[in-house]
Design a protein around this ligand. Structure first.
Ligand code: COA
Length: 152
């Protein structure tokens, strides 16, 4: 039985271990343990019997705009609905904070579409998001990530 819970500072090491392969591939952006600690309240975990099998974050950019980022499910647990469960949990959290729209930048277009997100031009996103995070990515500036958004 999968449980969705808030992350704690003591989870950071296990979270970094989970994401190491996707960071190497450039699918997920590397975040230092200090950066993760600063933003620890953004993260939720998917846990199976106390083992972290996935995590993701909801980051707020403006009073009406949030972003789902750093979404990962461990390789052996994919295709079981855990990613969808985490996105729905993060969307509920956004709703409880009264955010109006949640976007994501991703290579997983069909996955997000299956949860009600719609593709938008990347240029329509706030510039500070694009420049602050994209310049840290190893695919920058030639990148085929797409932007998707959901109104909640
Ligand atoms: C993307 C990811 C989080 C999906 O998690 P998951 O637990 O495997 O996905 P789910 O089992 O919840 O799938 C939910 C739905 O999306 C579909 N789906 C999942 N991955 C998909 C993919 N790569 N392409 C198309 N559809 C996909 C499933 O078929 C399912 O559809 P359904 O609800 O109609 O049955 C996971 O594959 C992953 O960690 N990938 C590597 C990291 C990554 O790319 N993260 C996204 C960066 S924002």
């Amino acid at each position: 039985m999968i449980q969705y819970t808030k992350a704690k500072l003591s989870d950071i090491q296990e979270m970094q271990n989970l994401v190491v392969d996707e960071v190497k591939k450039g699918v997920i952006l590397f975040r230092s343990s200090d950066e993760m600690a600063t933003n620890i309240r953004s993260y939720i975990l998917a846990k199976n019997e106390n083992k972290i099998v996935g995590f993701g974050a909801l980051h707020f950019h403006a009073y009406n705009l949030g972003e789902i980022r750093s979404l990962i499910v461990s390789q052996d647990c994919r295709g079981m609905g855990i990613g969808k469960g985490m996105v729905n949990t993060l969307v509920q959290e956004g709703k409880s904070m009264n955010v109006k729209e949640i976007f994501t930048l991703t290579y997983q277009k069909s996955f997000f579409e299956s949860i009600g997100f719609t593709e938008i031009p990347k240029e329509s996103l706030p510039a500070h998001k694009i420049w602050a995070d994209c310049v840290k990515c190893k695919h920058f500036p030639v990148c085929d990530e797409v932007a998707l958004i959901k109104t909640i």
